[in-house]
Design a protein around this ligand. Sequence first.
Ligand code: PEP
Ligand code: MG
Length: 596
Amino acid sequence: MTFSIHGLAVARGIAIGRAVLVASSRVDVAHYFIEASQVGAEIDRVRVGRNAVVDEIHRLQKTITLMGPKEAPHELTALLDVHLMLLQDDELISGVKHWITERHYNAEWALTTQFEVIARQFDEMEDEYLRERKADLEQITEKVLRAMKGTGSAIATPKSTRGTRKPSQQDLLLDDTVDVPLVLVAHDLSPADMLQFKQSVFAGFITDVGGKTSHTAIVARSMDIPAVVGARLSSQLVRQDDWVIIDGDAGVVIVDPSPIILAEYGFKQRQVELERGRLSRLRHTPAVTMDGQKIELLANIEMPEDAAGAVKAGAVGVGLFRSEFLFMGRQGKLPDEEEQYQAYSRAIEGMHGMPVTIRTVDIGADKPLDKSPERAYRDDAHLNPALGLRAIRWSLADPEMFLTQLRAILRAAKNGQVNLLIPMLAHGSEIRQTLSLLDHARAELDNRGVAYGPLQLGAMIEIPAAALTLKLFLKYFDFLSIGTNDLIQYTLAIDRADESVAHLYDPLHPAVLRLVAETIAECNAQGKGISVCGEMAGDTTLTRLLLGLGLRSFSMHPAQILAVKQEVLRADTGKLKAWAQEVMLDDEPGLRMARA
Ligand code: PEP
Ligand code: MG
């Protein structure tokens, strides 16, 4: 039966495919397609892994028997019996074989997929004892996964072309099983998880939780595939393998669509592709307004490899390299100076001489270092993580780590034009500490006799306190970059990652607009560089307003550059200036913009 789930639109376009449900705890399991010739070997890998666990249980059972009935805890004996029974369960075994044979999933993916299918059945059981057996199933799945570690097939293909082909409607109606796109459905995905999926087989994402500018949503947007977050209960309502449509423009997920709905969305999908094709012709067109104002369109990137996409999209530089993605999901083993130097240099090289703005780590809040509960930086370890030890505060609390990063960036600056950007500053003392550590990093390199390059120094304006004390910032910095995602969050006291307050997250709130407008105006008046690198910069409905407020530098995901360029080409900043002032001073700019 067709039904729809409403969430938040975060990444545009339409995806049509089969649902792959992934438990949040299992996203680190490899997902790739195998070749038809590997099917037998992949089934063997699961069998060998399962047999290893069965043998281990048999050994334990023997030890228990030797202990004698008095010492052997009855619960343990019963538990081992249950585990053996589950391991030999027909549904588990035949299900895993099905995913490998019919869908060509790799062994780990097939196992976790079948786990999800059976776990759902356990959830629906009336009997509490049986319901609780889900935990046992989870344990044995975990054990088999562990036993399979290191046995991955050497010729595995992590990125298959399969799954990226658009199915024809005929395919969908014929229920073609192997060669169709897949969409990932999860309760939640951390930004690091998302990064892992960047090179993956999925054509779209759906999560139960998350706000429009949560970092998970931001990474989804950078992948340029349709995504809906905050689609509550989707991971419970959608079943493994269901057909789903993701309408990334409307923020709607349609489950089990009827042929008529499929036809309609197939049509929409083609329209989106046509529009993309049209926009791609603007790639080499300079971003100049009708009245001759040159506009700088820069890219936001998460990894050095994203530079290629930025160049392809026509970016004239990187306005925000979120360096924290180099630090995440590494079980606390942070990248050393050399590794960071190599990564920054790769990004610089990838930009072919265009400027690269590297932001120092912004760990914390919805970007934990990793998911392990013992880490102090886990997002839920503090009551208000967004107000806690985050970004520059985290860096200043660990000077050795910060110095390592600063040295790596200074060294990389020898290879190209590098700007250093500091996140989340609010206090003069933080600015002075940061600059003194930068001097210290230079002195350390001097002592080691290591060469480094010059840096332009920038601060992010993300906290209202910073926007209200611009004079202080302009005394120390060459340029400012407005992080509107956080500026909105902190001005309006709205957690950007919380879908339950997403409707109040308003870039057009007059307080937000005033802070943005005054920051742009003050920098322009003092001849300092000013850019916006938050999501507002890539929102085409706001391009004219920002141009009217005097902004000439926008930094956004590469996927948004051409659409923003189209707006720039149609704009006349002379005419927009007076209008933007009126909007800014309106009591309800949102209503005024909607009427315009
Ligand atoms: C912002 O806050 O607008 C920003 C660009 O930084 P991030 O989204 O990484 O917090
Ligand atoms: Mg920010």
